[in-house]
Design a protein around this ligand. Structure first.
Ligand code: ADP
Ligand code: MG
Length: 556
């Protein structure tokens, strides 16, 4: 007989090993427990040399009797029956993490609940060996030492500490965005290497995670949605890096959080990529964080053993909501004005100045109603053309410079996308010396093309936009060099858009501006270049030190 039942302790190690296989996995389990205990401050200290770590929180803590059983298998305070499984609001519920960690390391836990004294337990191989009172603030401190001391191989296969540290930082960043009110600190050998102060605004949290990102590169929205097919509310939080201001060299910051943790959800990711399509430069990726907080019944966590992937119920509904709301952020509405941050800051400076009664500052006259057209988009009045290239437009809060060629290119590109039309020609266009690949490419774009003699081809239908254009022949040759339909549309839009250097009348420019601001992605051209530069009155006011007029410069 060669098939034997494994001893219990081996079974346990294998089962534990599935979850706890690295420093990061221990940190994940412990900080998720801290979050479940409603902590608002979490401090993680790592000691890589000794394979030890500590997680301290100011959460609800544990009573003495809870502490005594916390590391037993399948012990949890989060669910009590199978019914509860469909109502889970916490990150944990299996009651296995502490038990698994205690099998792989030495664990001691100190904890205190409000209005009670604190207790410390020392454990050895999942049994509590000592328990005594301990002075501690409300909350919990868990020390894990000698991790994987009993499985040397696990230590060997773990990547070098630098890599593990990186993945811990990513983990904390993701959790910080999902739980924005929490303040975090990460220490290695007692040196602080990463800290995040909690703030309800993700635009304030994100620049702490990625130093190259500025507060003003980001737009944030909180949307309340009626949950489909049940009587409850869901919340969608969006943090979007505006495509004219920021993008990433890798797709490392397209993140989707669902009910408190970042997960993989390819179906929502694809919505993000399609909404950002042709807004960024080549090989650049969006920066976006989405957090959906919805009823547990909308989510099936059984797609991945570590809860890293999910299935969403009512998927098309959530996809549509996501698309709608990203598109709304891209619209040129008053609410989306990029320099609103500037305005706030300047207002604050003024307030301080007024309190000190040194300067007298009039509030800027802003009539928000006048600033909108009937579609809710910002009203831009063209006043001039500069260098035959820039359209100068003003609105009630400032002036914008719009590059005429790329604004027009954006209009044409979206028109081509919406109504791609191939029209028959009365007289075919004759091209010569085409390679078979070129003929194939034109055919793939649905153009009618046939052989007209030796080395001659007759093009019998072309994209409508190229009709009557002098450069039609060049355009066809360009299209024949390949690319998909989308690239063809970009190149036609670029070719047909008004060139820079062309003089335009005010009416022509007003037309361009009016059409451009209605496009879905007015911020960048299909190649990813920013289309406009806004100079808001508040920034100009500050730049020209207009608040000095009645103050400093007059010696008051
Ligand atoms: P689970 O999180 O799935 O319930 P764990 O093994 O991670 O299982 O934790 C067991 C129990 O210990 C939790 O249900 C919780 O009651 C308690 N616990 C663990 N960590 C903390 C903490 N930091 N603060 C308060 N209670 C905690
Ligand atoms: Mg847990």
């Amino acid at each position: 007989m060669i098939i034997k039942k494994l001893p219990d302790n081996v079974i346990k190690l294998i089962a534990a090993g599935e979850v706890i296989d690295s420093f990061t996995a221990v940190v994940r389990e412990l900080v998720e427990n801290s979050l479940d205990a409603k902590a608002s401050r979490i401090v993680i200290s790592l000691y890589p040399e000794s394979w030890s770590l500590q997680v301290a929180d100011n959460g609800e803590g544990m009573e003495e009797e809870d502490l005594l059983i916390a590391i037993q298998p399948h012990t949890t305070s989060k669910i009590t029956s199978t019914d509860d499984l469909s109502k889970i609001q916490t990150l944990g519920f299996r009651g296995e993490a502490l038990h698994s960690i205690a099998q792989l390391a030495d664990v001691n836990i100190t904890s205190r609940v409000k209005d009670s004294c604190g207790w410390e337990i020392i454990t050895e191989k999942t049994e509590v060996t000592k328990c005594y009172p301990k002075a501690i603030a409300v909350g919990t401190i868990i020390n894990v030492s000698n991790l994987f001391g009993n499985i040397p191989l696990r230590r060997q296969v773990n990547p070098e500490f630098k890599k593990q540290l990186k993945s811990i930082q990513i983990l904390i960043s993701e959790l910080a965005l999902c739980h924005p009110l929490v303040t975090w600190q990460l220490l290695v050998d007692d040196k602080i290497i990463f800290s995040i102060s909690g703030n309800n605004n993700l635009t304030k949290i994100f620049p702490q995670l990625l130093k190259t990102v500025k507060y003003s590169d980001l737009e944030e929205r909180d949307i309340t949605i009626n949950t489909p097919s049940e009587n409850s509310l869901s919340y969608l939080k969006l943090l979007v890096g505006m495509p004219d201001r920021i993008s990433r060299p890798r797709n490392d910051w397209v993140k989707i959080g669902v009910n408190g943790r970042v997960v993989k959800c390819a179906e929502l990711e694809s919505v993000i990529y399609s909404t950002f399509h042709r807004t960024l430069e080549r090989d650049r990726y969006p920066l976006i964080f989405v957090h959906l907080q919805t009823s547990p019944r909308q989510i099936d966590w059984n797609r991945h053993p570590a809860k890293a992937e999910i299935y969403l119920d009512n998927l098309t509904f959530w996809q549509e909501k996501l698309r709608e709301n990203i598109e709304e952020i891209f619209r040129l509405t008053d609410n989306n004005l990029s320099t609103k941050f500037e305005n706030k800051r300047v207002e604050n400076i003024f307030k301080v100045a007024e309190n000190k009664a040194v300067y007298h500052v009039d509030n800027l006259p802003i009539n928000r109603e006048e600033n909108k057209d009937n579609l809710g988009l910002i009203h831009l009045q063209v006043i001039a053309q500069a260098r035959n290239t820039y359209i100068l437009a003003e609105h009630s809060e400032g002036i914008w410079l719009i590059e005429q060629h790329i604004a027009h290119e954006r209009i044409l590109y979206e028109q081509l996308k919406n109504q791609w039309e191939i029209v028959a020609l009365e007289t075919p266009i004759i091209l010569n010396k085409l390679l078979s690949k070129q003929v194939e490419n034109l055919t793939n774009l649905n153009l009618e093309i046939d052989c007209f003699g030796e080395d001659l081809w007759a093009i019998r239908s072309i994209p409508k936009m190229l009709l009557n254009r002098e450069d039609c022949l060049d355009a066809l040759i360009e299209l024949s060099w390949g690319g998909d339909l989308d690239s063809a549309q970009v190149s036609i839009a670029c070719r047909t858009a008004i060139r820079n250097g062309t003089q335009l009348t005010i009416a022509q420019m007003q037309n361009i501006v009016d059409e451009w601001k209605m496009t879905k992605n007015p911020h960048t051209c299909p190649h990813g270049r920013p289309i406009y530069l806004s100079l808001e009155e508040s920034s100009l006011y500050r730049f020209f030190r207009r608040h000095w007029v009645l103050g400093k410069s007059h010696g008051i």
